[in-house]
Design a protein around this ligand. Structure first.
Ligand SMILES: Nc1nc2c(ncn2[C@@H]2O[C@H](COP(=O)(O)O)[C@@H](O)[C@H]2O)c(=O)[nH]1
Ligand SMILES: [Mg+2]
Ligand SMILES: [Mg+2]
Length: 265
């Protein structure tokens, strides 16, 4: 008999907490640090061992489920058919290495491309953001029901200052948006920043260059919070390709997409 989404979510939550304990132990010792696409794109053997732990648990327990992870522990996948676990074992590796905090384990479980379960676990704070499709958003088992829409001038916006300084597409529009909002914040973990929008600690999060595993978990949390997460051009997020992300309360999302589109015309 197929497990229920509740049973799958419960199992996934247990695994992320167990993985978090191993990550905390690793932080007390030494670990290997390497780089990937550029000198600032860090990866450690803890990222890889965490992904391997989650992959092995999933394949042992749900053998017909598929896996898409950042560190390539499993074979690559070209489609989202069936049930796919999209996993970032440590989102915010730079923070893990430099700060030993402000990082998360992120899991999005998708069925034929539709988000069914989202889990973002702040390992050092022990804060677990979780959601099942159509069942609401929870933090550590407590359901969140309140979401406040705020206009741009009253909004806290999650944006990395790099996007405002570098000569990038949309840079003038992003500067104008940053000038209009109440304040900006940057935590260096898309998974955490999308969870913060979902639980109303920020009103929007904007980023270039994110991978599906950075946002697959947060996208489900945001859907259950009644928020919206799309590409800058309002197209749906792809869970197979990198790209831009705007995650926000619904009305603010519309404002932000409009302001970005106005500038790009
Ligand atoms: N300043 C930049 N930050 C980036 C970029 N791409 C992603 N990010 C942020 O870092 C983490 C990377 O995730 P990890 O799993 O590799 O630690 C991601 O969540 C974003 O917050 C970038 O090009 N520049
Ligand atoms: Mg990541
Ligand atoms: Mg990662």
């Amino acid at each position: 008999m197929q497990p229920t989404w509740k049973e799958i979510e419960q199992q996934a939550k247990e695994w992320v907490v167990e993985a978090g304990e191993s990550i905390k132990e690793a932080l007390e010792g030494s670990f290997q640090i390497n780089t990937k696409s550029n000198p600032d794109d860090l990866v450690t053997d803890v990222d890889k061992s965490t992904e391997a732990f989650l992959y092995n648990q999933i394949k042992r327990t749900f053998p017909n489920h598929r896996f898409l992870g950042e560190e390539g522990v499993s074979e690559a996948i070209e489609d989202l058919k069936g049930i796919v676990w999209i996993v970032d074992p440590i989102d915010g590796t730079m923070n893990f290495v430099h700060q030993k905090q402000n990082f998360a384990i992120s899991i999005g479980i998708y069925e034929n491309g539709i988000g069914k379960i989202g889990i973002v676990y702040d390992v050092m704070k022990g804060e677990l953001f979780h959601a099942i499709d159509k069942e609401g958003l929870f933090v550590d088992g407590v359901k969140l029901t309140k979401q406040t829409e705020r206009p741009l001038h009253e909004a806290i916006l999650g944006v990395n200052s790099n996007w405002l300084l570098e000569d990038r597409a949309y840079q003038p529009e992003l500067v104008r948006i940053a000038q209009k909002c109440r304040g900006t914040r940057s935590y260096g973990s898309a998974a955490l920043e999308m969870a913060y929008v979902a639980v109303d600690r920020m009103d929007a999060y904007i980023s270039f260059n994110l991978s599906p595993w950075d946002y697959a978990g947060g996208a489900v949390l945001l859907k259950e919070a009644g928020c919206k997460a799309t590409r800058f051009n309002n197209e749906e997020l792809s869970f197979l390709e990198k790209g831009t992300v705007i995650a926000a309360k619904k009305q603010l999302h519309e404002t932000l997409v409009q302001q970005l589109q106005e500038g790009s015309e």
